[in-house]
Design a protein around this ligand. Structure first.
Ligand code: MG
Ligand code: MG
Ligand code: MG
Length: 306
Protein backbone atom coordinates (compact mmCIF):
# COMPACT_ATOMS: atom_id res chain seq x y z
CA UNK A 1 0.00 0.00 0.00
CA UNK A 2 1.36 3.40 -0.97
CA UNK A 3 1.47 6.29 1.45
CA UNK A 4 0.02 9.55 0.16
CA UNK A 5 2.22 12.57 0.84
CA UNK A 6 0.13 15.72 0.95
CA UNK A 7 0.48 19.36 1.97
CA UNK A 8 -2.18 21.81 3.14
CA UNK A 9 -5.34 23.07 1.49
CA UNK A 10 -4.78 25.87 -1.02
CA UNK A 11 -1.28 24.48 -1.53
CA UNK A 12 1.74 26.76 -1.76
CA UNK A 13 5.12 25.89 -3.26
CA UNK A 14 6.33 24.34 0.02
CA UNK A 15 3.32 22.00 0.13
CA UNK A 16 3.63 20.92 -3.51
CA UNK A 17 7.42 20.73 -3.83
CA UNK A 18 7.61 19.13 -0.37
CA UNK A 19 5.12 16.41 -1.33
CA UNK A 20 7.09 15.62 -4.50
CA UNK A 21 10.46 15.66 -2.71
CA UNK A 22 9.30 13.57 0.24
CA UNK A 23 7.48 11.02 -1.96
CA UNK A 24 10.73 10.68 -3.94
CA UNK A 25 12.70 10.04 -0.74
CA UNK A 26 10.17 7.49 0.52
CA UNK A 27 10.30 5.62 -2.79
CA UNK A 28 14.11 5.68 -2.67
CA UNK A 29 14.04 3.86 0.69
CA UNK A 30 11.50 1.29 -0.56
CA UNK A 31 8.49 2.82 1.12
CA UNK A 32 6.07 3.29 -1.80
CA UNK A 33 4.66 6.82 -1.79
CA UNK A 34 2.55 9.04 -4.02
CA UNK A 35 2.69 12.85 -3.98
CA UNK A 36 -0.77 14.45 -3.83
CA UNK A 37 -2.33 17.88 -3.54
CA UNK A 38 -5.55 19.34 -2.13
CA UNK A 39 -5.96 22.18 -4.62
CA UNK A 40 -4.86 24.05 -7.71
CA UNK A 41 -1.26 25.15 -8.25
CA UNK A 42 -0.47 28.84 -7.71
CA UNK A 43 1.23 30.64 -10.62
CA UNK A 44 4.47 30.60 -8.61
CA UNK A 45 4.34 26.82 -8.08
CA UNK A 46 3.45 26.23 -11.74
CA UNK A 47 6.52 28.31 -12.67
CA UNK A 48 8.77 26.20 -10.41
CA UNK A 49 7.47 22.82 -11.62
CA UNK A 50 7.75 23.89 -15.25
CA UNK A 51 11.31 25.15 -14.74
CA UNK A 52 12.49 21.82 -13.34
CA UNK A 53 10.28 19.58 -15.48
CA UNK A 54 7.72 18.22 -13.01
CA UNK A 55 4.02 17.47 -13.41
CA UNK A 56 1.59 18.57 -10.72
CA UNK A 57 1.06 15.90 -8.03
CA UNK A 58 -2.17 13.90 -8.11
CA UNK A 59 -5.25 15.97 -7.17
CA UNK A 60 -6.89 14.05 -4.36
CA UNK A 61 -9.22 15.36 -1.65
CA UNK A 62 -10.43 12.17 0.06
CA UNK A 63 -8.08 10.03 2.18
CA UNK A 64 -10.43 7.77 4.16
CA UNK A 65 -8.78 4.38 4.66
CA UNK A 66 -5.42 5.62 3.32
CA UNK A 67 -2.04 6.12 4.96
CA UNK A 68 -1.00 9.77 4.82
CA UNK A 69 2.24 11.68 5.44
CA UNK A 70 1.30 15.30 6.20
CA UNK A 71 3.47 18.14 4.86
CA UNK A 72 3.67 21.81 5.92
CA UNK A 73 0.83 21.94 8.49
CA UNK A 74 -0.63 20.23 11.53
CA UNK A 75 -3.99 22.03 11.68
CA UNK A 76 -7.32 20.29 11.14
CA UNK A 77 -8.68 23.31 9.24
CA UNK A 78 -5.86 22.97 6.67
CA UNK A 79 -5.88 19.16 6.36
CA UNK A 80 -8.03 16.89 4.14
CA UNK A 81 -11.68 17.00 5.28
CA UNK A 82 -11.77 13.25 6.05
CA UNK A 83 -8.31 13.05 7.67
CA UNK A 84 -9.92 11.54 10.82
CA UNK A 85 -10.68 8.42 8.74
CA UNK A 86 -7.08 8.15 7.47
CA UNK A 87 -3.95 6.91 9.24
CA UNK A 88 -1.40 9.69 9.66
CA UNK A 89 1.99 7.95 9.46
CA UNK A 90 4.07 11.14 9.64
CA UNK A 91 4.21 14.92 9.75
CA UNK A 92 6.91 17.23 8.44
CA UNK A 93 6.20 20.84 9.37
CA UNK A 94 7.60 24.19 10.47
CA UNK A 95 4.49 25.87 11.92
CA UNK A 96 3.14 26.02 15.45
CA UNK A 97 1.84 22.64 16.54
CA UNK A 98 -1.79 22.42 15.51
CA UNK A 99 -4.69 20.20 16.53
CA UNK A 100 -4.20 17.10 14.34
CA UNK A 101 -4.15 13.98 16.49
CA UNK A 102 -3.42 10.33 15.70
CA UNK A 103 -4.49 6.95 17.01
CA UNK A 104 -1.18 5.26 16.14
CA UNK A 105 2.49 6.21 16.61
CA UNK A 106 3.86 8.45 13.88
CA UNK A 107 7.09 9.87 12.48
CA UNK A 108 7.30 13.56 13.41
CA UNK A 109 9.73 15.98 11.82
CA UNK A 110 8.83 19.40 13.19
CA UNK A 111 11.46 22.12 13.41
CA UNK A 112 11.33 25.92 13.86
CA UNK A 113 12.95 26.66 10.49
CA UNK A 114 11.78 28.71 7.52
CA UNK A 115 10.45 25.94 5.29
CA UNK A 116 9.32 22.31 5.36
CA UNK A 117 11.72 21.58 2.50
CA UNK A 118 14.65 22.47 4.76
CA UNK A 119 13.48 19.66 7.06
CA UNK A 120 12.97 17.31 4.10
CA UNK A 121 16.64 17.92 3.19
CA UNK A 122 17.50 16.82 6.76
CA UNK A 123 15.41 13.68 6.12
CA UNK A 124 17.39 12.90 2.94
CA UNK A 125 20.62 13.35 4.89
CA UNK A 126 19.31 11.19 7.75
CA UNK A 127 18.54 8.35 5.32
CA UNK A 128 21.78 8.88 3.36
CA UNK A 129 19.89 9.36 0.09
CA UNK A 130 21.32 11.66 -2.60
CA UNK A 131 18.91 14.36 -3.76
CA UNK A 132 18.30 14.22 -7.53
CA UNK A 133 19.22 17.42 -9.40
CA UNK A 134 15.69 18.51 -10.35
CA UNK A 135 14.26 17.64 -6.92
CA UNK A 136 16.99 19.85 -5.43
CA UNK A 137 15.79 22.66 -7.71
CA UNK A 138 12.17 22.59 -6.56
CA UNK A 139 13.19 22.20 -2.90
CA UNK A 140 15.47 25.22 -3.20
CA UNK A 141 12.69 27.31 -4.78
CA UNK A 142 10.25 26.35 -2.03
CA UNK A 143 12.72 27.55 0.61
CA UNK A 144 13.35 30.82 -1.26
CA UNK A 145 9.57 31.32 -1.45
CA UNK A 146 8.78 30.56 2.20
CA UNK A 147 11.71 32.63 3.51
CA UNK A 148 11.08 35.50 1.04
CA UNK A 149 14.64 35.07 -0.26
CA UNK A 150 15.96 35.00 3.36
CA UNK A 151 14.24 38.29 4.34
CA UNK A 152 11.55 36.70 6.50
CA UNK A 153 12.14 36.63 10.27
CA UNK A 154 11.33 32.91 10.02
CA UNK A 155 14.54 32.30 8.04
CA UNK A 156 17.31 30.47 9.91
CA UNK A 157 20.93 29.68 9.09
CA UNK A 158 19.76 26.11 8.42
CA UNK A 159 17.55 27.44 5.58
CA UNK A 160 20.38 29.49 4.07
CA UNK A 161 22.87 26.60 4.22
CA UNK A 162 20.24 24.30 2.76
CA UNK A 163 19.56 26.62 -0.21
CA UNK A 164 23.31 26.92 -0.87
CA UNK A 165 23.71 23.13 -0.86
CA UNK A 166 20.62 22.56 -3.03
CA UNK A 167 21.69 25.26 -5.52
CA UNK A 168 24.96 23.39 -5.99
CA UNK A 169 23.18 20.09 -6.61
CA UNK A 170 20.68 21.77 -8.97
CA UNK A 171 23.42 23.63 -10.83
CA UNK A 172 21.86 27.05 -10.19
CA UNK A 173 24.49 29.76 -9.97
CA UNK A 174 22.42 32.81 -9.03
CA UNK A 175 19.67 31.51 -6.78
CA UNK A 176 18.68 35.02 -5.62
CA UNK A 177 17.94 35.98 -9.21
CA UNK A 178 15.77 32.90 -9.60
CA UNK A 179 14.05 33.88 -6.34
CA UNK A 180 13.27 37.35 -7.71
CA UNK A 181 11.91 35.75 -10.91
CA UNK A 182 9.52 33.75 -8.71
CA UNK A 183 8.35 36.87 -6.89
CA UNK A 184 7.87 38.63 -10.24
CA UNK A 185 5.51 35.81 -11.22
CA UNK A 186 3.74 36.30 -7.87
CA UNK A 187 3.45 40.04 -8.46
CA UNK A 188 1.62 39.69 -11.80
CA UNK A 189 -1.86 40.12 -10.35
CA UNK A 190 -3.44 42.22 -13.13
CA UNK A 191 -6.45 40.56 -14.73
CA UNK A 192 -6.85 37.97 -11.95
CA UNK A 193 -10.33 37.88 -10.38
CA UNK A 194 -10.33 39.48 -6.92
CA UNK A 195 -11.67 36.33 -5.23
CA UNK A 196 -8.82 34.29 -6.75
CA UNK A 197 -6.32 36.77 -5.33
CA UNK A 198 -7.81 36.70 -1.84
CA UNK A 199 -7.85 32.89 -1.87
CA UNK A 200 -4.41 32.42 -3.48
CA UNK A 201 -2.52 31.95 -0.22
CA UNK A 202 -5.31 31.64 2.33
CA UNK A 203 -5.53 29.80 5.65
CA UNK A 204 -8.30 29.37 8.19
CA UNK A 205 -7.38 29.16 11.85
CA UNK A 206 -9.42 28.11 14.84
CA UNK A 207 -8.32 30.67 17.45
CA UNK A 208 -9.80 29.74 20.78
CA UNK A 209 -13.12 28.93 19.13
CA UNK A 210 -13.06 31.88 16.72
CA UNK A 211 -12.73 31.09 13.03
CA UNK A 212 -10.19 33.50 11.54
CA UNK A 213 -9.25 33.55 7.85
CA UNK A 214 -5.91 35.06 6.86
CA UNK A 215 -4.81 35.58 3.26
CA UNK A 216 -1.46 36.91 2.10
CA UNK A 217 -0.20 38.31 -1.19
CA UNK A 218 3.55 38.90 -1.42
CA UNK A 219 4.60 41.26 -4.18
CA UNK A 220 7.57 43.35 -5.26
CA UNK A 221 5.58 46.63 -5.29
CA UNK A 222 2.26 47.27 -3.52
CA UNK A 223 1.17 49.70 -6.22
CA UNK A 224 -0.14 46.69 -8.18
CA UNK A 225 -3.07 46.76 -5.75
CA UNK A 226 -3.88 50.49 -6.06
CA UNK A 227 -6.80 49.98 -8.43
CA UNK A 228 -8.30 46.94 -6.71
CA UNK A 229 -7.78 47.55 -3.00
CA UNK A 230 -11.41 48.59 -2.45
CA UNK A 231 -12.60 45.45 -4.25
CA UNK A 232 -10.27 43.30 -2.13
CA UNK A 233 -11.74 44.87 1.02
CA UNK A 234 -15.30 44.23 -0.19
CA UNK A 235 -14.44 40.63 -0.98
CA UNK A 236 -12.91 39.82 2.42
CA UNK A 237 -16.10 41.20 4.01
CA UNK A 238 -18.12 38.83 1.77
CA UNK A 239 -15.86 35.89 2.68
CA UNK A 240 -16.24 36.67 6.37
CA UNK A 241 -20.03 36.46 6.04
CA UNK A 242 -19.98 33.37 3.75
CA UNK A 243 -17.76 31.39 6.11
CA UNK A 244 -19.32 32.60 9.38
CA UNK A 245 -15.89 33.86 10.36
CA UNK A 246 -15.05 36.04 13.34
CA UNK A 247 -12.39 37.90 11.37
CA UNK A 248 -10.96 38.06 7.86
CA UNK A 249 -7.49 39.45 7.26
CA UNK A 250 -5.64 40.05 4.04
CA UNK A 251 -1.93 40.86 4.20
CA UNK A 252 -0.58 42.80 1.25
CA UNK A 253 3.13 42.28 1.72
CA UNK A 254 5.76 44.44 0.05
CA UNK A 255 8.89 42.30 -0.01
CA UNK A 256 11.15 45.21 -1.00
CA UNK A 257 9.86 47.74 1.58
CA UNK A 258 9.64 44.83 4.04
CA UNK A 259 6.25 45.48 5.54
CA UNK A 260 2.59 44.68 5.04
CA UNK A 261 -0.63 46.59 4.62
CA UNK A 262 -3.27 44.69 6.54
CA UNK A 263 -6.89 44.75 5.36
CA UNK A 264 -9.23 43.52 8.07
CA UNK A 265 -12.93 42.91 8.71
CA UNK A 266 -13.68 41.71 12.24
CA UNK A 267 -16.42 41.34 14.82
CA UNK A 268 -13.91 42.91 17.20
CA UNK A 269 -13.17 46.56 16.37
CA UNK A 270 -10.14 46.81 18.67
CA UNK A 271 -8.41 43.65 17.46
CA UNK A 272 -5.44 45.20 15.63
CA UNK A 273 -4.85 47.59 18.50
CA UNK A 274 -4.60 44.73 20.99
CA UNK A 275 -2.69 42.38 18.67
CA UNK A 276 -0.32 44.77 16.92
CA UNK A 277 -0.57 48.06 18.87
CA UNK A 278 -2.05 49.86 15.86
CA UNK A 279 -5.57 51.01 15.09
CA UNK A 280 -7.11 50.50 11.67
CA UNK A 281 -8.36 53.29 9.47
CA UNK A 282 -11.19 52.21 7.17
CA UNK A 283 -10.18 48.61 7.86
CA UNK A 284 -6.57 49.20 6.80
CA UNK A 285 -3.31 49.47 8.70
CA UNK A 286 0.38 49.46 7.67
CA UNK A 287 2.52 47.07 9.72
CA UNK A 288 6.17 47.97 9.28
CA UNK A 289 8.59 45.03 9.18
CA UNK A 290 5.81 42.45 9.01
CA UNK A 291 6.51 39.76 6.41
CA UNK A 292 5.52 36.53 8.14
CA UNK A 293 1.97 35.37 8.82
CA UNK A 294 3.09 32.49 11.04
CA UNK A 295 5.47 34.52 13.19
CA UNK A 296 4.25 38.13 13.14
CA UNK A 297 0.48 37.84 12.62
CA UNK A 298 -0.95 34.56 13.96
CA UNK A 299 0.59 34.37 17.47
CA UNK A 300 -0.33 37.97 18.36
CA UNK A 301 -3.87 37.46 17.08
CA UNK A 302 -4.29 34.20 18.94
CA UNK A 303 -3.23 35.93 22.17
CA UNK A 304 -5.62 38.84 21.56
CA UNK A 305 -8.47 36.37 21.02
CA UNK A 306 -7.73 34.31 24.13
MG1 MG B 1 2.67 26.47 3.42
MG1 MG C 1 5.95 26.18 4.53
MG1 MG D 1 4.03 31.68 2.82
Amino acid sequence: MSVYVVGHKIPDSDSICGAIALANLKNAIDEPAIAARLGELSPETAFILEKFGFQAPEFKTSYAGEEVFIVDHSELTQAPDDIAEATIVGIVDHHKLGDLTTSTPLECWIRPVGCSNTIIKMMYDFHGVAIPKDIAGIMMCAILSDTVIFKSPTCTTADIKCVEALAKIAGIEDFKELGMDMFKVKSAVQGTPVRDLVMRDFKDFNMNGHLVGIGQLEVIDLSVFDDIKAELATDIAALKAEGGRHSMLLLLTDIMKEGSELLIVSDDATLTERAYGKTTENGRVWLDGVLSRKKQIVPQLQKALA
